[in-house]
Design a protein around this ligand. Structure first.
Ligand SMILES: Cc1ncc(C[n+]2csc(CCOP(=O)(O)OP(=O)(O)O)c2C)c(N)n1
Ligand SMILES: [Mg+2]
Length: 279
């Protein structure tokens, strides 16, 4: 059996669920391949993993993969994940969200999960748009871009998801694109090993709702854009602000240690037990 066949037969719910709902040229399938290869190498069994998603094209991933899965409500995937991690800390809890899901309707939960440092891997598939509902602007849509809800151009500044995660306290933050498939697999593998709240942003192409609005008329053109507008973290380190203008950093951006929520909770439990015992 080839690696590809192994991944397909082992991790996909091949009966009844396919073909997928994703449009031709969508980047989510490329992400899914890299994600499943990273899982396969991680040593976790399917039963040890809980995969949770919200609503949107990205959210559909939980329909197709054979882990313990939860397809939840828009913007609330992290809240379900938090509950599961608290009750079953031995499970590997992974959340997949779209950009709207994670930082528009779910922005509140995103920053507080990061601040809390609960051990969850949060993956945001950022296509810069609300893909599923017809191309409305999201918090990562560039300024002045015309979308279904900004026909004269977007008036709002976009978020940098990685900076937001870093500022809110994530201990691991990384970014890759669907063009950089090898890097994507590597950073997902690292995030899965991290103790604490880890965030991986995947810049992904949506040729149907995004590309055609900005003159990038195919998945290939969009991925060429990714190639030409990114710079690895290693290369970026030696460059000035001016040289970095217009470049998106990819690779591991933050990797630090901090006590997790579960560790703090365990400590509190122990100290309360001691106090109760002393009474
Ligand atoms: C509470 C609620 N509000 C709005 C919607 C409609 N809705 C479904 S998906 C979506 C946006 C999805 O965008 P994103 O999270 O970026 O995912 P994508 O489809 O781009 O992968 C919206 C607004 C909903 N399902 N639930
Ligand atoms: Mg989106």
């Amino acid at each position: 059996m080839t690696e590809r066949q192994h991944i397909i037969y082992n991790y996909l719910r091949t009966t009844k669920k396919f073909p997928s709902l994703w449009c031709p040229g969508c980047g989510i399938g490329i992400f899914l391949g890299a994600f499943l290869r990273a899982i396969d190498k991680s040593g976790y069994t399917k039963d040890q993993i809980v995969l949770i998603s919200g609503i949107g094209c990205s959210g559909r991933i939980t329909t197709y993969v054979d882990f313990n899965t939860l397809h939840t409500t828009h913007g609330r995937a992290l809240t379900f994940a938090t509950g599961i991690k608290l009750v079953k800390p031995e499970l590997k809890v992974i959340v997949i969200m779209g950009d709207g899901d994670a930082v528009a309707i779910g922005g509140n939960h995103f920053i507080h999960a990061a601040r809390r440092n609960i051990e969850i891997t949060a993956i945001v598939i950022n296509n810069g748009i609300y893909g599923m509902t017809g191309g409305q602007l999201s918090p990562t849509t560039p300024l002045e871009m015309k979308t279904a809800t900004s026909p004269f151009g977007n008036l709002e500044n976009p978020f940098d998801i990685c900076q937001l995660a870093e500022g809110a306290g994530s201990v691991f933050v990384a970014r890759a694109t669907t063009y950089h498939v090898g890097l994507m697999e590597k950073v997902i593998s690292k995030a899965l090993k991290k103790k604490g709240f880890s965030v991986v942003e995947i810049i992904s192409q949506c040729p149907v709702q995004y590309g055609r609005r900005v003159g990038l008329n195919s998945a290939v053109e969009m991925m060429e854009w990714q190639r030409d507008h990114t710079i690895t973290e290693e290369r970026a380190r030696g460059l000035s602000e001016e040289e970095l203008q217009g470049k998106i950093r990819i690779g591991v951006l933050v990797d630090r240690e901090a006590p997790t929520y579960q560790e703090r909770l365990e400590k509190l439990r122990e100290s309360l037990k001691e106090k109760a015992g002393a009474l």
